[in-house]
Design a protein around this ligand. Structure first.
Ligand code: ZN
Length: 133
């Protein structure tokens, strides 16, 4: 892993959450992006080189909608930046981690992403991501 890239937070209402985090962090979000394939609308804040990604469901079967139904709003995942994501996924598999995504897929913020299953990572949903180029 190269660094903690962002922290994903599941929210019910993105506009309200944007206003709250702007008040908390003392700065505005710098972009909003919808990822239709994932059923989410995201917004991003940046603090000291780490991003906060707020995630709002855009449809009832979105993973974020299901998460909020089960656990309520709050921290959803930690995302770590990697190089050579395909190789890293093979490594994680070899090390015994369960992959939710066997291969990287397109995510928000110009990234290729994949998730490790929280049952193999101490209950924490872990995303690995690599900048697309
Ligand atoms: Zn993320």
């Amino acid at each position: 892993m190269e660094k903690l890239e962002h922290i994903g937070i599941a929210v019910k209402n993105l506009n309200e959450a944007n206003a709250l985090f702007a008040r908390l962090l003392g700065r505005e979000h710098y972009k909003i992006e919808e990822v239709a394939s994932e059923g989410v609308r995201t917004s991003f804040f940046e603090v000291g080189g780490v991003k906060i990604e707020l995630l709002e469901a855009t449809r009832p079967d979105s993973p974020i909608a299901k998460f909020i139904e089960k656990k309520g709003e709050g921290i959803h995942h930690l995302a770590f930046e990697v190089k050579n994501i395909a190789e890293r996924l093979n490594e994680f598999r070899d090390k015994g981690f369960d992959l939710i995504n066997q291969q990287a897929k397109d995510g928000a913020d110009n990234k290729r992403i994949a998730f490790l299953h929280p049952k193999s990572t101490q209950g924490v949903l872990v995303e690995v991501c690599e900048e697309k180029n």
